[in-house]
Design a protein around this ligand. Structure first.
Ligand code: ADP
Length: 275
């Protein structure tokens, strides 16, 4: 027990034998950061458009005038720097790491902004990956941020769970695509969120349909969507659908995510803003 013990364990991180409350697993924010809201973006597997949705949400919030940041926690598949055309290295000083600004001023940190060769694969085990994400929270000097979007590691396994437990997430957005076993993924994400008392703010169905550029007819390329019924089943009020769109892919893959102009995620943006 510390000499100055006031018997209020919630104010103390000492792991002494007298402890009466479990120690929070939330990492300490950097002293030079002031982050107001943290939104986690999750998916059941890689390649469904989680990074695209993270980027689109951050871009919209920035357009609304908020100080916005992206923490790329997808350590083994980091796509955020590429989506924003960031190829320089982040500045590291004795005080900590500085995030890189995108063209419109979204503060960004990703493993690819630290590696000498961004093509070298990260083959770390789960605890090391989670450790890197924790450092992105505690060692990065984020400054003032109204909304931070966290591009979570894909899946609902150990790594995303540890990341969730380490960051003070205020809400999550689930990204799915019609090819997946959507009900299972949404169910798992909802369970994970419930376990940690975090609300699911909405579901984004990416690659939902294709709109014919000639006649305007919408085609459900991957079959009919069931995401609305699912959202109802889990009491999730907001569903947004993003079409398969060549322009979206081109912008996202050529560092021009800030030029994507799609009103399709407006409802989710409103849900986040009113949280
Ligand atoms: P994840 O983060 O889930 O691994 P990404 O966001 O990196 O997935 O997207 C994977 C690839 O699919 C990218 O090349 C992206 O441009 C493309 N893509 C994602 N969503 C769409 C879409 N709605 N229309 C066209 N291409 C898309």
């Amino acid at each position: 027990m510390s000499e100055n013990c006031n018997h209020n364990c919630s104010e103390c991180s000492s792991n002494c034998g007298e402890r009466t409350e479990p120690q929070s697993m939330i990492e300490k924010m950097n002293e030079m950061s002031n982050i107001k809201k943290v939104i986690g973006v999750v998916s059941g597997k890689g390649g469904v458009g989680k990074s695209l949705v993270t980027s689109m949400l951050a871009v919209k919030m920035r357009q609304k005038g908020y100080n916005t940041a992206i923490l790329d926690a997808d350590i083994t598949g980091p796509s955020i720097p590429k989506a924003f055309g960031l190829c320089e290295k982040a500045l590291s000083t004795e005080m900590g790491l500085f995030p890189m600004d995108t063209k419109t001023g979204i503060k960004t940190m990703s493993i690819n902004l630290l590696l000498d060769d961004e093509t070298s694969p990260v083959i770390w085990r789960g605890p090391v990956i989670a450790g890197a994400v924790k450092q992105f929270w505690s060692d990065v000097i984020w400054g003032d941020v109204d909304y931070m979007f966290v591009d979570m590691p894909p899946g609902t396994g150990d790594v995303p769970l540890t990341v969730f437990q380490s960051l003070p997430v205020d809400g999550i957005v689930v990204v799915t695509s019609p090819q997946e076993l959507v009900s299972m993924i949404v169910g798992k994400a909802v369970n994970m969120a419930e376990m940690m008392n975090i609300p699911v703010l909405g579901i984004v169905e990416n690659m939902s349909y294709f709109e014919c550029p000639d006649c305007g007819k919408k085609h459900s390329i991957f079959g009919e969507s069931h995401v609305d019924e699912l959202a109802k089943q889990y009491n999730i009020n907001t569903v947004s659908k993003i079409p398969i769109d060549k322009t979206i892919a081109q912008k996202c893959d050529s560092g021009k995510a800030e030029e994507i102009n799609c009103s399709c995620i407006e409802d989710i943006v409103n849900a986040i803003e009113s949280k």
